[in-house]
Design a binder for this molecule. Structure first.
Ligand SMILES: *[C@@H]1O[C@H](CO)[C@@H](O)[C@H](O)[C@H]1NC(C)=O
Ligand SMILES: *[C@@H]1O[C@H](CO)[C@@H](O)[C@H](O)[C@H]1NC(C)=O
Ligand SMILES: *[C@@H]1O[C@H](CO)[C@@H](O)[C@H](O)[C@H]1NC(C)=O
Ligand SMILES: *[C@@H]1O[C@H](CO)[C@@H](O)[C@H](O)[C@H]1NC(C)=O
Ligand SMILES: *[C@@H]1O[C@H](CO)[C@@H](O)[C@H](O)[C@H]1NC(C)=O
Ligand SMILES: *[C@@H]1O[C@H](CO)[C@@H](O)[C@H](O)[C@H]1NC(C)=O
Length: 481
């Protein structure tokens, strides 16, 4: 009897502690894969589970990635890249095929918990010059129709993650918000469609970019500490730009006649390198404020209550375009190899602890490619550095970044090493006209990490594939005997 009671107590305690991890736990993350050496999907899924992350958003529907989420119960938003919008807008048959191959295949008992299909990614960004204006809405309608027809419509909703630049407020007061004038009619049709299909409005909000794009932006207004003058709007007080931006959308929806449309924040986060305001200290400050806010379920002045949010992002991505800025490759809460950068408490309790890093990561050997110190005449070095950086990632050398204070030798060595690691430590990639040399002593300097690359997912795959072929050959060999 006493044992049974104890057992019950133990079970409840366990359930209770599980709730602490998952309770406030509607934290989602974006899992982007624009990396030269992506981590194997099963390792990334392990990280999500270890850190109590219950939702994930991906940018395509890569079958290997999506399959790795089977049986986890993690809610998944799969994506359709912008370059597929035209085909899907033009052909309902292709949409049916897309749903069959990328959704239906994963829906079975113990399969993948797909909740949303993201049709395009920020397709109405002004920098796209209207390229996707004609195709996004037809593709959205086709995909939802195909989901409905396949019997998934009640569980899985099609939506379009949009940048916050689809709405604006000329005065910066949320109450003056409305959809951007050049796309207003289109936006009105789309939000009506979301409403009719019970799909959410997915919006990406970046306080970091408010600060980056405007030197006069009040610094503390980008964070959640309340350390700047509040903005007053029709009796409501705003002490951070996230709330003000979110409520600008709420006002735009009100004016569109759909005041209660569900909103999901598809991306929000802070980069850790590549800019004077992109560093781990400010990222930690931002996430600490954001996660505490989310755990409080306070919502925004106009929309009190629980917010649904996907953080951007899980991992650094060294192949992202740096057109928007050098910080683009440093949005990861974790580094390229899945190791944590700074303390973060996903439950919003504000505990200063490191999150749990990726387990079972395989690294290449501990060797670095650096400038050969015996080289006296360095006049030929700069073109080699340009070459190395054009084919790898030297964004950490930029102004305000972690490697910005290196001396000349450090700069050159950093560039040589990044190229060498990018090329999977191929010895031919550590030559540079005889000016480079391999060393086994850690070349990192202070805060500047000279990384060692990992054995990437794709190489593991080709290794496994080669092994399978080898096994196959062996089997045929024995069969011949
Ligand atoms: C399924 O998704 C993958 C990855 O995004 C894509 O390459 C493929 O074309 C899609 N399948 C179909 C039938 O459209
Ligand atoms: C948009 O137009 C600008 C200026 O004409 C051009 O530089 C840019 O490449 C265009 N972008 C796209 C995605 O077409
Ligand atoms: C979209 O359609 C309009 C009107 O039919 C046309 O003028 C425009 O060129 C189209 N845009 C693109 C990117 O195809
Ligand atoms: C360094 O090398 C360059 C090109 O190889 C040559 O033109 C230059 O004269 C050399 N400088 C010295 C000081 O030797
Ligand atoms: C090192 O490189 C950075 C970025 O390219 C540059 O700003 C800096 O002046 C360089 N330092 C030296 C000593 O060459
Ligand atoms: C090299 O040193 C840096 C900084 O001390 C450290 O973070 C990194 O883990 C080291 N790398 C290896 C492969 O030991």
């Amino acid at each position: 009897m006493a044992r049974a009671v104890y057992l019950l107590w133990a079970i409840f305690t366990l359930l209770g502690s599980a709730n602490i991890v998952h309770g406030s736990g509607s934290i989602g993350v974006n899992w982007g894969t624009l990396a030269s050496h992506p981590l194997p999907p099963n390792i990334v899924v392990g990280m999500l589970k270890d850190n109590g992350i219950t939702k994930v958003k991906i940018f395509d529907a890569d079958s290997w990635t999506v399959s790795a989420l089977a049986g986890t119960n993690i809610e998944v938003m799969v994506g359709i890249p912008n370059d597929q919008l035209k085909t899907l807008a033009d052909s309902y048959g292709d949409c049916k095929d897309w749903v069959k191959e990328n959704v239906t295949k994963h829906i079975y008992n113990g399969g993948v918990n797909i909740k949303y299909v993201a049709v395009g990614n920020e397709p109405f960004l002004t920098s796209y010059n209207g390229s996707y204006l004609n195709t996004t809405f037809p593709a959205l309608k086709n995909i939802q129709k195909a989901l409905n027809e396949a019997g998934h419509g009640d569980q899985i909703k099609a939506t379009v993650p949009l940048n916050a630049d689809v709405y604006e407020s000329s005065t910066n007061q949320p109450s003056d918000g409305d959809f951007r004038s050049d796309i207003k009619d289109l936006m009105l049709q789309i939000v009506r469609f979301f409403h009719d299909n019970d799909a959410p409005f997915v919006v990406n909000i970046y306080p970091f970019l408010s600060l980056y794009e405007n030197d006069d932006f009040p610094f503390e207004f980008a964070f959640f500490g309340g350390g700047s003058n509040p903005l007053n709007d029709k009796g409501l007080q705003y002490n951070n730009v996230f709330d003000a931006n979110y409520d600008t959308l709420v006002w735009s929806l009100k004016k569109a006649g759909i005041p209660n449309l569900k909103i999901v924040v598809g991306e929000v986060g802070w980069p850790t390198d590549g800019n004077k305001n992109g560093n781990v200290k400010l990222a930690q400050k931002f996430y600490d404020g954001l996660l505490k806010k989310l755990a409080s379920n306070k919502g925004t002045p106009l929309r009190p209550g629980k917010l649904e949010v996907y953080l951007f992002g899980l991992l650094d991505e060294d192949l992202k375009s740096i057109a928007p800025g050098f910080f683009e490759r440093h949005w990861g809460i974790f580094r390229y190899d899945g190791q944590p950068k700074f303390p973060i408490d996903f439950t919003g309790q504000g505990q200063e602890k490191m999150p749990i890093g990726a387990k079972g990561v395989q690294y290449l050997p501990s060797q670095w490619c650096v400038l050969n110190k015996a080289i006296r005449n360095t006049s030929e070095v700069p073109p080699q550095v340009d070459y190395a950086c054009s084919l790898s990632d030297c964004t950490s050398l930029s102004y305000g970044s972690t490697c910005n204070n290196l001396d000349f030798v450090g700069n050159v060595s950093y560039a040589f090493n990044m190229y060498f690691q990018m090329q999977d430590q191929d010895v031919r990639a550590c030559d540079f006209g005889g000016m480079a040399q391999l060393v086994s002593q850690n070349a990192s300097k202070g805060t500047c990490l000279f990384p060692i690359q990992i054995v990437s997912a794709s190489e593991r795959l080709s290794f496994a594939y080669t092994a399978t072929i080898a096994a196959g050959i062996l089997v045929s060999f024995f069969m011949l005997m």
